[in-house]
Design a protein around this ligand. Structure first.
Ligand code: PAF
Length: 286
């Protein structure tokens, strides 16, 4: 197959200048922010961006400041060549792949922080994580100057936090959140799935099975959130390699815990399979 070439910009100033030229020429710009190691989930985001904007920028940046000291920053999978090929095949116009030192100078001191929405769930188990996310996404918004930014729904809390930041800081960017892409087994696609052994990969489907269980219980008339999360916990605990970080049933917008399911709610969970931390979520109570 013939390889399609795609410009890879590493300089923030060059990125901003290109975005400015596009804007002056009346182009609409879509940004798909990623940490690379692109898979079909990312491809679906790029396709969505492609349909909605004239120019599509895919940022590839493993953002050091959103990883905790004992997390997988060093081992996070990196594949710029493969990513460039995938982004090109999906019709992206440009890859923005800055070095960490180019985005965060030696005296970098600024943090963007969203308060309430980051207090629980992944924010509680990964202190500082969302400050790292909002800070880098704000930087990307400034440099790429997108009209539209596309995020994946697997990171449900992240999407809520970014929407809040976008509103609070008057970025005026359309935030599009695309549905989770799953393997036929139900496992949500994630770059971190590459850490799983074949056996763990099979066991990791328990996250999706637990969401199906929650949905089934609600459809059968169960309204008590505690009983539903207990049933999910029972199912997941049956997998020896699993350890639950959290299971929560929350309001889809505020992410506040819900006790009685009298409307649509979001179920979110984070579970370790072996040493790999996976997240998933789904809407129930429709
Ligand atoms: O979801 C991700 O891949 C990252 O958190 C993001 C939004 C690219 C920021 O580094």
């Amino acid at each position: 197959m013939e390889e399609i070439m795609l410009p890879v910009v590493t300089s923030p100033a060059e990125m901003a200048a290109q975005a400015e030229r596009w804007r002056k020429a009346g182009e609409t710009i879509a940004l798909v922010p990623t940490m690379g190691c692109l898979h079909e989930g990312h491809a679906s985001l790029i396709r969505r961006a492609r349909q909605k904007a004239g120019k599509v920028v895919v940022s590839i940046f493993v953002n050091p400041i959103q990883f905790g000291p004992n997390e997988d920053y060093a081992s996070y999978p990196r594949d710029l060549k493969g990513d460039t090929a995938l982004a090109a095949a999906e019709g992206a116009d440009l890859i923005f792949a800055p070095e960490a030192s180019a985005l965060y100078g030696p005296d970098f001191q600024t943090t963007i922080s969203v308060a309430k929405l980051t207090a629980g769930l992944c924010g509680a188990s990964r202190p500082g994580h969302f400050n790292g996310v909002t800070t880098v996404v704000a930087l990307l918004f400034h440099l790429v100057k997108p009209h539209l930014a596309v995020f994946g729904a697997k990171d449900y809390q992240q999407a809520a936090v970014i929407r809040r930041m976008n509103t609070d800081l008057f970025f005026g960017i359309e935030i599009d959140v695309a549905p989770i892409v799953r393997e036929p087994s139900g496992l949500a696609l994630s770059s971190r799935n590459s850490y799983l052994s074949p056996q763990e990969r099979a066991e990791a489907t328990v996250l999706f099975q637990s969401l199906r269980l929650a949905e089934g219980l609600v459809q059968a008339g169960e309204r008590n959130a505690g009983k539903i999360t207990a049933a999910m916990r029972g199912l997941i605990d049956g997998v020896a390699s699993s350890s639950i970080d959290y299971i929560a049933i929350v309001d889809p917008d505020s992410l506040a815990p819900v006790e009685e399911i009298d409307r649509e709610v979001q179920v979110l969970l984070a579970v370790r399979i072996g040493t790999t931390r996976l997240i998933d979520n789904g809407r129930i109570g429709r």
